[in-house]
Structure formats: structure tokens, C-alpha cells
Design a protein around this ligand. Structure first.
Ligand SMILES: Cc1cc2nc3c(=O)[nH]c(=O)nc-3n(C[C@H](O)[C@H](O)[C@H](O)COP(=O)(O)OP(=O)(O)OC[C@H]3O[C@@H](n4cnc5c(N)ncnc54)[C@H](O)[C@@H]3O)c2cc1C
Length: 297
């Protein structure tokens, strides 16, 4: 292992790499493995230059996108919830009122929008929907925006009827209190002022004066806290990169390039990406093992 030595160029001829060029030396080997990672978290060294080398050598690089990445939310009230983590919630993703994806689990509010396991997991799909929005804008010649909505169900275990009964019970328990002071059993403290504001029920209204219609709207709000996503954070914050060296150009038994005879690939540089849960590291280890075993043969 040679530390702190950046490869700045590749010398090749025909179907063969001849040497690697470093800043102050060259390396000649029988076989070479490109395992330079994706483009995400460039601070860790993965700046994406392996894609350029492979491309120069004749490989196709499937378009690169940030994946497993937090999302931006347009509504300014999310900032008030910064740091709030919600477990056992459901998110549903809509584009133009059509439900496209859903996920259940934990999500986290941040100063720019949403993060946490379910958001990271679904971010690639959200990125695709946002790109659809751009493509449609170009095709139709009409700028489309704000078409991708996230609906957060804060109480997925209760259907609307059960949730309404639950709220009525709490309202009875706190019957002499103002509306803003009777949601403590139902919601995390940080969420209450935001829900009170979005409910359009006067915060100081005595809870026994809240109308049935207002209560029904509160149920709808808790089952469908709607947000508009207007983008993903970039590669700097993405756990992985989706896209990469086309799988069609790699022999999957050996990880050998089908274009350059003495070149192998391993890890995130390849066009494979998986969900959270260790799958991406496993891809790196498995492809690294195969590439290593075959490169020394
Ligand atoms: C914050 C974070 C959390 C993650 N958590 C998980 C997780 O829980 N589970 C999971 O499965 N995956 C996770 N991942 C993803 C996983 O870490 C990566 O997919 C994996 O490390 C990629 O391995 P790799 O060897 O392909 O590339 P990298 O680990 O990126 O290594 C590439 C190496 O190539 C070097 N390099 C690049 N260009 C040059 C050059 N020109 N000259 C010399 N050296 C160069 C870089 O310095 C770097 O050392 C996480 C990623 C991040 C950023």
C-alpha cells in the first residue's frame, strides 16, 4: 500500500494499460484494479476520477447521481423541527397526486428538510421523480415545479376513525385547557406548535369549543402532513453514488473489463447500488475479493 499518492494519469495502448502515473513516480503492473469509489463524500478521497479514466479507456459510465441522500423541503416550517426524530411513521411520495412510493420507519427533520433511514432509502426514487419533472418541463415547454409531494403519516397504526376517537379522548381529558395544551399525550413536544399552526385552530381556543370539522381536519393533518420536495442534497452529503461503470462491460465471474484486458473493477465505481443495511459495503467486499483473486492469476 502506498499512502498519500495520487494517481494523476493512466498510460495505455490498445487493449492494455501500460502504467499508472503518480505525481512523482510511475507504477507498472501485470494487472490493474480500479476501485476508486463513487463521487460521494469526496472528502474521503473518492472524487470520481476513476470514472474519467475508465471513460477514456472506452468504458461507458452510466449517469452518476447522489443516492442515499437527505432531501430538501420547501416549506419553511420544517426548520422549526430541526433535530426531531420520529420513529414508526409512514411516508408516501406522490407526483401530481399519484402515489408512487411509500416507506415505514424512522425519519429525521433537519434545517433543510428530511433525513433518516426511510428518507435516505427512498431518496433515489425521489431523485428520479424530480428528474421526470425536469424532463416533462422540457418536453412540454412549460416549467413544471413542486410536483413531488411527501405525505407524512404521523400515526400509521391508527386509521382516521381510531385517531379521531383517540383525539376525542384527549380532548375530554383536557377539556378545560386551550387547544395548544392538549396535544402532549399525542405528539412530541417539538411538533406541537407546528401542528397547532398548520391546523388553523386558534391555539388559545378552549378544547371543548373545537368543532367537529376542526377536529376532522386535525385528523387529516396528522395522517397527511404534506411537504413539497424541491431537490436532493448533492454528492457531498450522499452516502453512495448511483450509476457507474456499465455492468455490460465487466465480466461478472472475474470482474475483468471486457474492453481492457489487464483491467479489473471493484466497489462503488461499478454501476451497482443498494439500500441501506450494509449492502453497498458487501458489494465492495465481494467484487473486491473476485477482482483480487483473478488479477493475481
Ligand atoms: C458517511 C458514510 C456512511 C456509509 N455507511 C454505509 C453503511 O452503513 N453500509 C454500507 O453498506 N455502506 C455505507 N457507506 C458506503 C460505503 O462506505 C461505500 O460504498 C464504500 O466505502 C465504497 O468503497 P470503495 O472501496 O468502492 O470506494 P472508497 O471507499 O470510496 O475508496 C476509494 C479509494 O480510492 C482512493 N482514490 C480515489 N481516486 C484516487 C486517485 N486518483 N489516486 C489515488 N487514490 C485514489 C480514495 O482516496 C479512496 O481511498 C457509507 C458511506 C459514507 C460516506
Amino acid at each position: 500500500i502506498i499512502y498519500n499518492s495520487e494517481i494523476v494519469g493512466i498510460d495505455y495502448q490498445g487493449r492494455e494499460i501500460r502504467k499508472l502515473i503518480l505525481k512523482n513516480r510511475e507504477i507498472v503492473a501485470k494487472n490493474y484494479i480500479f476501485c476508486t469509489g463513487g463521487k460521494s463524500y469526496p472528502l474521503t478521497g473518492s472524487t470520481g476520477n476513476g470514472f474519467k479514466w475508465a471513460n477514456n479507456l472506452g468504458h461507458h459510465v452510466k449517469e452518476l447521481y447522489p443516492a442515499l441522500v437527505p432531501i430538501k423541503i420547501k416549506e419553511s416550517w420544517v426548520k422549526e423541527l430541526q433535530g426531531l426524530s420520529l420513529e414508526n411513521v409512514e411516508i408516501n411520495v406522490f407526483q401530481k397526486d399519484k402515489k408512487r412510493y411509500s416507506a415505514f420507519g424512522e425519519c429525521l427533520f433537519t434545517h433543510f428538510g428530511l433525513s433518516g433511514p426511510i428518507i435516505l432509502g427512498i431518496s433515489k426514487k425521489i431523485g428520479e421523480l424530480l428528474r421526470n419533472e425536469e424532463i416533462k418541463s422540457v418536453e412540454d415547454g412549460i416549467k413544471q415545479f413542486n410536483t413531488v409531494k411527501i405525505s407524512l403519516d404521523l400515526k400509521p397504526a391508527l386509521d382516521s376513525e381510531k385517531l379521531d376517537k383517540r383525539i376525542q379522548r384527549d380532548f375530554r381529558k383536557y377539556q378545560n385547557k386551550s387547544f395548544k395544551n392538549c396535544l402532549n399525550d399525542l405528539l412530541p413536544r417539538k411538533l406541537i406548535p407546528v401542528i397547532v399552526k398548520l391546523s388553523n385552530i386558534a391555539p388559545e381556543k378552549r378544547v371543548n369549543n373545537v368543532t367537529k370539522e376542526e377536529r376532522c381536519n386535525l385528523v387529516k393533518l396528522l395522517k397527511n402532513l404534506e411537504m413539497t420536495t424541491n431537490g436532493l442534497l448533492g454528492f457531498d452529503s450522499a452516502i453512495i453514488t448511483s450509476g457507474g461503470i456499465s455492468l455490460k462491460e465487466i465480466d461478472d465471474k472475474t470482474m475483468r473489463s471486457k474492453i481492457i484486458d489487464n483491467l479489473f473493477f471493484a466497489g462503488e465505481i461499478i454501476d451497482i447500488d443498494g439500500p441501506t443495511g450494509g449492502f453497498n459495503l458487501q458489494v465492495c467486499w465481494s467484487t473486491g475479493c473476485l477482482a483480487g483473486e483473478n488479477a493475481v492469476k
